[in-house]
Design a protein around this ligand. Structure first.
Ligand code: GCU
Length: 634
């Protein structure tokens, strides 16, 4: 049987002074029924009162409030969705001990409209970059429903997720056939009760592949009507279909370029087809490999000029960094310049480059670094010297705001790759609901809900979570290094990549080690990627003395004897950081050992086994990278 993850409510404890829970909602809906079911799993039915009259001042939309009056707790919202989120928040607060007799009121609503899981799941049940088993969706059995679909929806909704893209962005057109749309509709029927809308990744060449047309040119009338008819067919089956996600002209996927059209032309034909039904098209900006010399610059170059060219129901989905889900990247510069276009942030919950299912790396601190990154000059006061708008604020201000996470779920009993990897799914939901939340607070919530209230266990789990990302950056890619993983699968170090693979996009492309130094020169003397950022960021990054050390080798080709803030030379600092990373990984394992006997032995051992791999891998990273980079310094 699969795990219940944080919905185990391991913290236990129902507040004794609680006499009644009142759910107040404008009207009775299926989503409200789902909320009632969640409460009933915890409370006796006679303690729950449903009130469907309009309450004055009840929060609108997806917002809710929770109020305590003499032990009667009222959760209210004008919508079933708001009540559902309110119930999950109530249960969470209760189990982590934040609701007691002194509790008065808590009101909340999401800062971001769309919080979407992107599943890179294929027709054959495999998952691209999936490390937790096969796909949750049993395509062979659908439209037959599996209990696990419901539990997936509960988990997702409990942290505020309201969209699910069912299939891989490297999209098989078959997903748009009638047969598969009926299967998708069956999933949508389950998810709907949890306020989750289904999306599909669409193959841009579907009009050719399925429709038998000779072209997929977005300006061709036959192509336009093919998409319109397809949308009509989908909405007849899935009335609340969210829309399409498209990876176009990227890594071999078809797109508008071959017809001499732009990404905006491509996105708009799908947007027009979806718009009568309220659907959206999410067009990805992950493009490179069209002859550019600096991959990090490509998406900005291709998309910036298209700002104002996209329909209102088209969104550009941008990865958090300019390369590809590395352990640490500066923010993608597109977040600073697309003024008119709605942007979705794309994170990767699956740890493709961060030790996959084996390394315990809590990503919330990394996502926070991205959200807090000052990227855009505030519109109002462009001339003053005030600080830049953060990425979180930029996202919030969009017509359509959204955060997408490439999911780490699979059909393993632990869902996400280990008993710790679900912390990232949890944190993704919490932060995409409210990016201002504190990552340590999120770690604490997850720790109590998943592991119980023993203070020694909580202390260890929270320390592990909050220190794991910096450990990973140190033992894999310190000082702004990136993409030095093994070529195809991205697991383990291979900075030299001398295994005879294709010449392009190998690790040496990214790190540029030579006798003079290390790092990619993106300054004004190099590729000038720094000027894709607003002033004063551009100047800050451009100057080796002011460039933050965490991005040093990202932006500079640094001489081996250059002295860093620590007083060490680059050469010595690299050696120091790789060693520190190993020690940090060992420390994570030592913290875990403190919980032995305090958590069930099988759960203890399962996590320990992961740490053993992580420590061994960290040592390998140190050995391989230090030997390789030092070979240039002789
Ligand atoms: C990475 C990943 C691919 C994926 C791609 C994408 O390059 O390795 O498997 O398809 O990102 O985001 O489209």
């Amino acid at each position: 049987m699969y795990d219940k993850l944080w919905l185990r409510y391991a913290g236990g404890c129902i507040e004794k002074n609680m006499r009644r829970v009142v759910l107040s909602c404008g009207k009775r809906t299926n989503v409200l029924n789902a909320a009632i079911a969640e409460l009933k799993a915890v409370f006796p039915a006679n303690a729950i009162i449903i009130e469907t009259a309009e309450r004055e001042n009840a929060p609108e939309g997806q917002g809710f409030s929770i109020r305590n009056r003499d032990g009667v707790f009222t959760i209210s919202s004008q919508t079933g969705a708001g009540v559902l989120y309110g119930v999950f928040a109530f249960l969470r607060l209760l189990h982590i001990g934040k609701i007691d007799e002194n509790f008065v009121e808590f009101a909340d609503s999401p800062k971001i409209l769309w919080r979407i899981l992107n599943h890179w799941d294929n027709l054959d049940g495999s998952i691209e970059r999936g490390y937790a088993g096969k796909s949750l969706w049993k395509w062979d059995e659908l439209p037959k429903i599996d209990q696990r679909y419901l539990d997936y929806a509960r988990l997702a909704a409990s942290v505020g997720v309201n969209g699910s893209v069912l299939n891989n962005v490297n999209a098989n057109s078959v997903f748009l056939t009638r047969e598969y749309l009926e299967k998708a509709a069956a999933l949508a029927n389950v998810f709907r009760d949890y306020n989750i809308q289904v999306f599909l990744s669409a193959n841009f060449a579907a009009p050719i592949n399925l429709g038998g047309l000779s072209t997929a040119d977005p300006l061709d009338d036959a192509v336009r009507s093919w998409w319109r008819e397809k949308a009509a067919e989908i909405y007849a089956l899935i009335p609340d279909f969210g829309g399409f996600v498209v990876k176009a002209d990227s890594e071999g996927q078809p797109g508008p370029y071959v017809y001499g059209r732009t990404h905006a032309d491509g996105a708009n034909v799908l947007a027009d087809a979806l718009s009568p039904y309220g659907g959206i098209v999410v067009w990805r900006a992950f493009v490179y490999g069209h002859g550019e010399t600096d991959r990090a610059k490509k998406a900005y170059v291709d998309f910036k000029s298209l700002d104002r060219g996209f329909r209102d129901n088209a969104v550009v989905q941008v990865k958090n960094g300019p390369i590809d889900f590395q352990p640490r990247e500066p923010v993608h510069p597109l977040f600073g310049v697309m003024e008119a276009t709605s942007l979705f942030m794309e994170f990767q919950i699956a740890q493709e480059y961060l030790g996959q299912g084996n390394h315990i790396v809590f990503l919330a601190p990394m996502w926070k670094e991205i959200f807090q990154f000052g990227i855009r000059l505030p519109k109002e006061e462009i001339s003053t010297k005030q600080s830049l708008d953060s990425v979180g604020k930029v996202l919030e201000g969009k017509k359509l705001s959204g955060i997408a996470g490439v999911s780490n779920t699979g059909d393993n009993e632990d869902w996400c790759g280990s008993l710790f990897h679900s912390a990232n799914l949890f944190a993704f939901g919490r932060l995409s609901w409210d990016w201002t939340l504190d990552s340590t607070d999120i770690a604490k919530e997850w720790a109590v809900l998943t592991w119980g209230k023993d203070p020694i266990v909580i202390d260890a789990v929270v320390k592990i979570l909050t220190h794991s990302w910096t450990a990973c950056v140190d033992y894999m890619t310190p000082l702004g290094l990136n993409h030095i993983m093994r070529y195809e699968h991205h697991y383990g170090p291979d900075p030299g990549c001398d295994h005879g693979q294709r010449a392009d996009w190998k690790p040496p492309y990214y790190h540029r080690a030579d006798a003079d130094g290390l790092g990619f020169d993106r300054t004004r003397k190099g590729s000038d990627a720094v000027d894709q950022y607003a002033s004063p960021l551009a100047e800050l990054f451009n100057n080796i003395e002011t460039c933050p050390e965490k991005y040093l080798l990202w932006f500079h080709h640094v001489p081996w004897d250059h002295v860093l803030g620590s007083g060490r030379t680059l050469k010595d600092e690299l050696v120091f950081r790789y060693r520190r990373g190993v020690e940090e990984a060992e420390q994570l394992r030592t913290w875990w050992k403190q919980v032995e006997g305090r958590v069930p032995p099988d759960r203890y051992q399962a996590v320990l086994d992961k740490f053993d791999i992580q420590v061994a891998d960290a040592r390998e990273w140190e050995t391989v990278c230090v030997a390789y980079f030092m070979s240039f310094t002789k």
